[in-house]
Design a protein around this ligand. Structure first.
Ligand code: NOJ
Length: 813
């Protein structure tokens, strides 16, 4: 009887472990089971007192059966792939490494090729940028029914922040600091994309960036490695769910490996110059976090690392990624990344580029057709290893196996599910809620917001009545005709109230028609042919009649994203001039600002009463914005990048390293690190964001002032909602290590919690401080380490306004 009870408890425990196990990578699985065994052993020892023999036996038996279960499917997969590969010719193996582009969606230079013919000949492993279950089903049919071995194709797409239901751009998503929301957005993206034929997304993009000039900062989670790592994990979990065998999940592809966000001068496709110490501490953590979360694939970056392009960089793709981090999935190049080894000047021919890339650890070649096109002869003549080809081919086949494509190659083309899930009311409702969490209230003098639904409101600006801009860059599956413009969103929010909404465009995005055309290269915006003067006159006439002005201004959506670097990151000239005229009317102005990057808002901060950073918030932007403006939702976004005072401050991050001539305050101080003309401080700090309510922080307390190197201390704070509305606050934990072997930042984020409080409600939050939380990669061995000495523990609502306590870390006991 007593044994029966133990048995039930143990079975339940193992069941739980197995559930968690399925979500983990091989490395994490080992850890998970080791931990499980230890816990079972201790439990049995406790309940069975001195009878050690039985617990030991039980643990051994359980362990053996679990590890058999764990490896069974891997063994089946190996057998299946061995059998398949035994039938494959060298040409067919190389075909698996080939990823051509379909041409339906343009995300790079279009290449003419006869893809259908190549597929029939077994010369294609996957296809990307093709949209629609019917089209995908037909291409899959060719692969499965008309090629010799009938190997199904992978179908990839840049599903970056949603599919047809579009979520805020990733930079905005990270401003929610809401990891459940980020995971949910990826889960919905996967549910929609997989019903429409896609099983592989080129996301998450986890490149840390300290430079707002780089247009692709829009596509990542901002400047901080800790926040970026948490967002990366959330996205991988959202896309891949508990198992890739579930047809509503898709394989993630972590990109751009590595360091793409550090391109020199923020100029797209430029090189990167970073030492290992900064790589490990600032730029690499989010890639590693995504891999530890189980991401099935990785995309090599365009840029160099240590002077060698990532696509052909063995240190990066093998030594670091596979040997040090234990990555088991496959690596794909970026668009033409392989052939560009020639442009970089490290290879003289496509064949040489293919040999170098394969040897470096690349498995799949996007668009260049170098692996498939040149390696057969190189293998035959001994210039390239057949074993390396086999290994890459095996990794691609493994991905297809895990995705269930060998069981049912059409499992992702589900017409019925497509009808039910894509752009469903439930998905749109979630996107609307999440969008309102991402907008950041920067300024709100005299509680101008939220607005009452009364009086006359003037809606002015080139972004008020555009349907195509709101989803934001990298929304390749968007269907803008089904989304609302801001004007429509506000009209429906005000319908049936006494309020009157007047509208005028007021200005084009910028004076320079050519720049505007470049910034809207996919024809997403129509330039108004009227003169700037007449547009402005109309806007001023409308504004004079209003009680309050809502100015919807900023960048067009394609002014950020790929190939959209800028050196002017202020309000575009035509809109700035209009704002100056509007401000002269003396009416209250709310700037609803659109951008895919941090921008300079000095003039606006000085002259306008309220500023809401709306980024590009996806298909539901209009309704989410109305929710915020009229108080249905309370702003809770916090910046994941600090906003500069001047573009000349870049590269720029709150994680400022200590320097030889310290200047933490940032104002001019002769012979310290600063500029003559601009302070070192940001205009709005990292982590900053206002609410319609207010929060008070109690003094921060530590459970002890000292800690051993392997010990643990708790930092606590109580947060109270002191206003009259329910609201959400993001409580942030920063640390500083004033004396360490390697130079450390004054402050770096090491924890956060988002909490929602009713008026008058208080909650105590605690952060555990230990070596995991407080350590860093040392500059000599690059090992995670915590050194003895003082640690500053700081808690607050943003990186500027923190309270500090000191913790002494001593030798290990
Ligand atoms: C190039 C981009 O750098 C990458 O992020 C994207 O996934 C590919 N093109 C495919 O569209």
């Amino acid at each position: 009887m007593v044994y029966m009870r133990y048995y039930t408890k143990i079975s339940y425990f193992i069941h739980n472990r197995l559930q968690r196990y399925n979500k983990k990578t091989t490395y994490a699985r080992k850890k998970c089971f080791l931990f499980a065994y230890m816990q079972i052993f201790l439990y049995l020892c406790t309940v069975m007192k001195k009878h050690f023999f039985f617990p030991l036996l039980a643990v051994v038996l359980i362990g053996t059966s679990c590890s058999q279960r764990a490896s069974k499917s891997d063994a089946e997969m190996d057998r299946f792939i061995n059998r398949l590969m035994a039938q494959m010719t060298l040409a067919e193996k190389l075909g698996q490494l080939n990823l051509p582009v379909s041409g339906d969606i343009v995300t790079g230079q279009v290449r003419e090729s006869n893809v259908a013919q190549d597929i029939r000949q077994g010369r294609v492993g996957g296809l990307f940028n093709i949209k629609g279950a019917e089209a995908i089903r037909e291409v899959q049919r060719i692969a499965v029914e008309e090629s010799r071995l009938g190997i199904p194709l992978l179908f990839g797409m840049d599903v970056i922040h949603g599919y047809e239901t579009v979520f805020p751009i990733p930079l905005a998503l990270a401003c929610s600091w809401d990891m459940e929301a980020i995971e949910r957005s990826a889960q919905i993206a996967a549910a929609e994309a997989t019903a429409d034929g896609i099983c592989w997304t080129f996301s998450p993009m986890v490149d840390i960036c300290h430079d707002g000039r780089w247009g692709r900062i829009s596509e990542g989670s901002g400047e901080d490695p800790y926040l970026g790592s948490r967002a990366a994990e959330a996205m991988v979990h959202g896309y891949q769910g508990a198992s890739l065998a579930d047809p509503t999940t898709m394989m993630a592809c972590v990109k751009h490996f590595a360091l793409y966000g550090a391109v020199e001068a923020g100029r797209e496709y430029n090189n990167v110059y970073l030492d290992d110490y900064h790589m490990f501490n600032e730029y690499l953590p989010p890639y590693q976090a995504a891999i530890n979360a189980g991401a099935g694939s990785v995309m090599a970056a365009f840029n160099t690392v240590h002077g060698v392009p990532s696509t052909g960089n063995r240190w990066l793709l093998t030594d670091l990624l596979r040997t040090r981090w234990g990555f088991q999935g496959f690596v794909v190049s970026d668009y033409c990344g392989l052939e560009q080894l020639q442009d970089h000047g490290v290879c003289a021919s496509l064949e040489q580029a293919a040999i170098q890339s394969l040897d470096a650890g690349l498995d799949m070649d996007m668009v260049s057709n170098g692996l498939n096109g040149t390696l057969a002869q190189a293998v035959r003549e001994g210039r390239c290893s057949a074993k390396a080809v086999d290994q890459a081919c095996r990794r691609i086949l493994e991905a297809k196996y895990k995705l269930g494509l060998f069981d049912d190659p059409y499992r992702y083309c589900d017409a019925e599910r497509r009808e039910q899930v894509i752009l469903s009311p439930a998905h749109r409702a979630e996107a609307r809620r999440i969008a309102s969490e991402c907008m950041v209230l920067l300024k709100n003098d005299n509680h101008l917001l939220p607005l009452k639904k009364q009086g006359t409101i003037a809606l002015i600006g080139p972004l008020a009545d555009t349907r195509t801009n709101m989803p934001g860059t990298w929304s390749v599956a968007a269907v803008p005709e089904r989304y609302k413009t801001i004007k429509e969103g506000l009209e429906s929010a005000l319908a049936g109230t006494g309020a009157r909404l007047l509208y005028a465009k007021g200005a084009n995005v910028c004076y320079d028609a050519e720049l505007e055309a470049r910034a809207t290269m996919f024809g997403r915006e129509m330039r108004d042919p009227r003169s700037a003067a007449s547009m402005r006159a109309e806007a001023l006439r409308i504004a004079r009649q209003a009680d309050v002005i809502i100015a919807t201004m900023g960048e067009a959506s394609e002014m950020s994203g790929e190939s959209a670097s800028l050196v002017h990151i202020e309000m575009p000239d035509a809109q700035h001039d209009l704002l100056v005229e509007l401000a002269r009317l003396g009416k209250p102005i709310i700037l609803v600002h659109f951008a895919g990057r941090p921008t300079v808002l000095n003039w606006e901060t000085e002259h306008l009463q309220a500023i809401l950073e709306a980024w590009f918030s996806g298909s539901e932007t209009a309704d989410a914005l109305a929710d915020i403006l009229f108080g249905e939702a309370n702003p809770s976004g916090h910046l994941c990048v600090q906003l500069p005072r001047h573009v000349g401050q870049y590269p720029f991050s709150y994680r400022q390293m200590r320097t030889s001539r310290l200047n933490p305050g940032g104002e001019f101080n002769k012979y310290s690190t600063c500029y003559l003309d601009v302070s070192n401080t940001p205009l709005y700090p990292f982590g900053y964001g206002l609410s319609y309510t207010s929060f008070a922080y109690s003094p921060v307390t530590l459970s002890a002032d000292t800690m051993t190197l392997n010990g643990q201390v708790t930092a606590s704070v109580t947060v109270t909602n002191t206003g009259s509305r329910t609201g959400s606050e993001v409580v942030q934990l920063y640390i500083g290590d004033p004396v360490a072997q390697g130079v450390r930042p004054y402050k770096e984020l090491r924890g956060f919690e988002r909490l929602t409080l009713a008026p008058g409600e208080s909650r105590e939050l605690s952060f555990t401080l230990n070596a995991d939380r407080l350590g860093y990669y040392d500059p000599y061995q690059l090992h995670w380490t915590l050194e003895a000495g003082e640690i500053a523990v700081m808690i607050g609502p943003n990186a500027r306004d923190t309270q500090e306590r000191k913790l002494m870390v001593g030798e290990a006991r």
